[in-house]
Design a protein around this ligand. Structure first.
Ligand code: FMN
Length: 364
């Protein structure tokens, strides 16, 4: 596998498999002098960690991060100062149960990457899905914690806005609700409905899809590199690279096709500070692949977990027709834990474009 790096100047290379001894990443291009701590990275990892509620997998991975390189100690307790050299981050795998996967060593789980990995490489790590497992995404969240610090004043937050057919009521959106329920849901009422719905899905051994919305505020105007490095294109690529993501929208996304030109174009005035002021944000903060200075808004659709307890028709590596029922510990809705991963990928794309914009134009 030859494409394990995301970004150009802020470059994140991830390594490791679900059932190997550890996973990790190398973050290259962090500006020297940036200050962070293992505890700060850990706080983001803890939001993605499995086994935190009955609505996510019961695997117990502490996901304890260790910073191996690229830093010197700062003055404050636990503080690390980036030296500008590669920052290596490592997370030990501690709760593998490889035996759970012996049934699928030769059988392809429908909806999973088993069949395509075999077709492509001719050899695959079936234990936990190997490199196709979303375990790899823990390292992205760790890298994202550093990326957030590269762009001064940047805030990247995400929320789950739909599970199955049940969408939130956007008029009740309250960011402070996100950490009060196990779904990163900004609408307390809908969170209660999701709890009942997911209990039923889980008891049936089934799974369900979801939609995540990411909002980045404090994004300076001017980020993005037309025409093949547009900001929205790179954000979409980052989000699409997350396991189980099947669709990405920026701003109004697919709904923009239903609007008229009058409704869709964000009108412009000059604000009290003499800067352009947009009167709406249908564009999701990006025009011509370049950030406008408004919040950057992206949404992504996550498919239902393919590993379910209902037997599904498939084939084995020899081509024989078989039924596959996936045992093991799986998330009934992987969209929930995708929320911090989406934040991380948007943060990495923004950090990369911030450095690229500064490098080319010097206008930041
Ligand atoms: C946070 C997260 C956890 C996941 N956990 C599982 C899981 O427990 N079982 C499973 O079958 N798929 C899980 N997936 C999805 C698979 O990794 C993914 O469907 C598979 O690699 C095939 O890739 P694709 O769906 O992007 O085509 C998870 C995805 C995410 C984002």
């Amino acid at each position: 596998m030859s494409h394990n790096t995301f970004g150009h100047l802020f470059r994140v290379t991830t390594w490791g498999e679900s059932h190997g001894p550890a996973i990790g990443c190398v973050v290259d291009g962090t500006p020297p002098g940036i200050r962070f701590s293992e505890a700060g990275i850990q706080a983001f990892l803890d939001r993605r960690r499995p086994g935190q509620s009955r609505y996510t997998t019961q695997r117990q991975e502490p996901d304890q991060v260790r910073v191996l390189s690229g830093v010197v100690p700062g003055e404050a307790e636990g503080e690390l100062v980036a030296t500008g050299t590669p920052i290596a981050l490592e997370i030990q795998n501690v709760d593998q149960r490889s035996k759970d996967y012996s049934d699928i060593a030769q059988r392809y789980r429908p909806g999973h990457a088993d069949i395509t990995y075999d077709i492509k490489y001719g050899v695959r790590d079936h234990r936990g899905g190997g490199r196709s497992s979303a375990r790899e995404t823990a390292t992205r969240v760790a890298a994202g914690a550093i990326a957030r610090l590269v762009v001064p004043g940047l805030t990247v937050r995400a929320a789950l806005v739909q599970i199955g057919t049940i969408a939130i009521d956007r008029s009740r959106w309250d960011w402070s609700e996100i950490d009060r329920n196990p779904f990163f849901c900004p609408d307390a009422e809908t969170a209660k409905r999701w709890a009942d719905h997911l209990d039923a899905v889980r008891k049936a051994g089934s799974s369900v899809g979801a939609i995540v919305e990411v909002v980045a505020e404090g994004v300076p105007a001017g980020l993005g590199a037309p025409v093949y490095g547009k900001l929205d294109a790179d954000i979409a690529a980052g989000l699409m690279s997350i396991n189980a993501v099947k669709g990405v929208e920026i701003g109004d996304g697919f709904e923009a096709a239903q609007l008229t030109g009058e409704d869709n174009a964000d009108e412009i005035r000059t604000g009290p500070d003499g800067q352009p002021q947009f009167l709406s944000n249908h564009a999701g903060g990006v025009l011509g692949g370049i950030s406008t200075g408004q919040p950057v808004v992206a949404r992504f659709a996550v498919k239902p977990t393919s590993s379910i307890l209902t037997p599904r028709r498939s084939i084995d590596a020899a081509g024989a027709e078989v039924d596959v029922m996936t045992k093991g510990r799986h998330d009934p809705c992987v969209g929930i834990r995708a929320v911090p991963i989406g934040e991380a990928m948007v943060a990495c794309a923004l950090a990369d474009h911030y450095l690229r914009h500064r490098g080319q134009t010097g206008r930041i």
